[in-house]
Design a binder for this molecule. Structure first.
Ligand code: C2O
Ligand code: CU
Length: 546
């Protein structure tokens, strides 16, 4: 098939001063913009992005939700598919779109740089096709972000060293702006001007580091029409729950009395023990016309911070559009069954028990009781060039020990994971079912799990322990949503299915940055198939050297 190749953009990563909350600090920003520049494309395009590291620290860039068929080389996760781009270095990355349509995003995938190094990818329908809903009058991005007063690398270094929780952020952002509820925020508020009677397509991305967010618009119902670069059945709702990594596209009909209305976002935090930033960011919808806006302007009603039901109800209501033009293709016969526990753990602090985690230990996190240890040569390189000793290929299909994962109090001995670099190897075209099981070790909490290289169908979810006899009977195999990030509910489970038709090395991890820093991630290697079209493409000549 003919591909539309564009040399779209070059991204230069560089430090620049930004002022928020009455103080200025240097952040890593791309092309002098925060949030970074938007990539525009059509379904099936390939975009060439020249990444130039003009900062003073290592960096990699990932295209979140882009499947990159047979081309893991540009995927971006540090030490999984590439070594970092060093200061002064360049890497020309190929963003290979296939059937993604809607909104995705790009972000740094090394240390915590993604806090400020991120931007949107908008994928329009192919020329000659249209949206599966009436054409909106206009479109806008709603990029939800997070702001620390201190330097983000210092936040990272501090909690990695002291073994405790990271410092909370000081604010959330909408399109880089704080909104009116923070000190010194005026005039830092994003405003969207609308005309009465018109409909707007809003593309929302949750780029925040450590929180699922609730979002709502005062006095307006909205209609969700897509998530993670795939269309959904229209879902009318008063609020959205959105995970870090996830995107939600929705229609806003300007059908209220002309006025100014707030939209607002704040954290959903399911675990009382986990500290979080409980501030609220706002932006304004302002109707055109001659009228005096009411004062104060209406604020939306958001679900309570700890309203797990509001979060799971929203996420559980998403359905694939599943029509003739956008069919679903859920694997029905499963070849590879995987069951992964996802846990918060502790490891010994070191020579003395002076860490700030529980009992003087150091926080850690795991998948099937394995805490990810990043290698020094990326796994893709080691796999492709058959370099031994970098990783083991026996990542377990099941947890080493079955226990009552979601029991109220669990024995302390279960808390300690093993550190390792292991991959799970999957045969080309195998059909995979993966059940994520949250555990109540230390503290049960939601985990937004993200898979690279694939979108997956979320066929089921529930609270408590997954029951392999009963629960599959209730799977939705008709119109499950197609996603790349799924919030596994606190002390609950989620089941996903996909066909392993994309050979490569693909990272899978929690999209809470503190959890990935603690090791909640693992890697899949999907083998080549026999056909020449089923093999990994050769690497580009300018892969950053290790
Ligand atoms: Cu949005 Cu592995 O990342
Ligand atoms: Cu997590």
């Amino acid at each position: 098939m003919e591909r539309n190749i564009k040399r779209a953009i070059s991204l230069a990563v560089k430090e620049a001063p930004y002022t928020r909350l009455c103080s200025s600090k240097n952040i890593l920003a791309v092309n002098g913009q925060f949030p970074g520049p938007t990539l525009h494309a059509h379904t099936g395009d390939t975009i060439i992005v020249d990444v130039h590291n003009r900062g003073d620290q290592n960096i990699t860039i990932h295209w979140h939700g882009v499947k990159q068929p047979r081309y893991p080389w540009s995927d971006g996760p540090e030490f999984i598919t590439q070594c970092p781009i060093k200061p002064g270095g360049k890497f020309s990355q190929k963003i290979v779109l296939s059937d993604e349509e809607g909104t995705l995003w790009w972000h740094a995938h090394s240390d915590w740089s993604r806090a400020t190094v991120h931007g949107a990818i908008i994928i329009y329908p192919k020329n000659g096709t249209t949206y599966p809903f009436p054409k909106p009058h206009a479109e806008a991005l709603i990029i939800l972000g997070e702001w620390w007063k201190s330097d983000i690398q210092e936040v990272l270094e501090e909690f990695m060293e002291n073994g405790g929780d990271p410092n909370n952020s000081d604010a959330y952002l909408i399109n880089g702006q704080l909104g009116d509820l923070y000190p010194c925020s005026i005039p830092d508020t994003f405003k969207l001007t609308v005309e009465y009677g018109k409909t707007y397509l809003l593309r929302m991305i949750n780029t925040v580091m450590n929180s699922i967010l609730f979002f709502s618009v005062a006095n307006h119902q909205i209609t969700v029409i897509g998530t993670d670069g795939s269309y959904t059945k229209p879902l009318k709702t008063n609020y959205i729950a959105i995970s870090p990594g996830q995107t939600i596209d929705f229609l806003l009909e300007a059908n209220q009395k002309p006025n100014h209305y707030y939209m607002a976002a704040r954290a959903f935090n399911s675990a009382p023990a986990v500290p979080f930033d409980n501030t609220t960011t706002t932006a304004i919808i302002q109707y055109k016309g001659n009228y005096k806006p009411s004062s104060p302007q209406p604020l939306p009603l958001l679900p309570a911070y700890n309203d797990t039901n509001a979060s799971t109800t929203f996420t559980g209501s998403l359905r694939s559009l599943a029509n003739k033009d956008h069919p679903v293709n859920v694997p029905l016969k499963i070849r590879t069954k995987l069951f992964f526990t996802i846990s918060i753990n502790t490891l010994p602090c070191g020579n003395n028990n002076s860490c700030e985690g529980p009992g003087g230990n150091r926080f850690s996190a795991s998948v099937n009781n394995i805490t990810l240890q990043l290698p020094t040569i990326d796994i893709l390189e080691a796999y492709y060039r058959q370099i031994n000793g970098i990783y083991g290929n026996n990542f377990p299909k099941f947890p080493p020990l079955a226990f009552n994962y979601t029991a109220d109090s669990l024995p302390v001995q279960l808390r300690t994971p093993r550190r390792a670099t292991k991959v799970r190897v999957i045969k080309y075209n195998s059909t995979v079912e993966l059940v994520f099981q949250g555990t109540n070790l230390l503290s049960g909490v939601d985990h937004p799990m993200h898979l690279h290289g694939y979108s997956f169908y979320v066929v089921g979810w529930g609270i408590g322990n997954f029951d392999k006899e009963k629960d599959p009977k209730n799977y939705n195999l008709v119109d499950p949503p197609l996603q790349n990030t799924i919030a596994v509910p606190k002390n609950g489970w989620a089941a996903i299915r996909f066909k392993a038709d994309n050979p490569g090395v693909w990272f899978m991890h929690c999209h809470f940055e503190r959890h990935i820093s603690w090791g909640m991630g693992m890697t899949f290697i999907v083998r080549n198939g026999k056909h020449p079209d089923a093999k990994i493409l050769p690497p580009p000549p300018d892969m950053p050297p290790c």
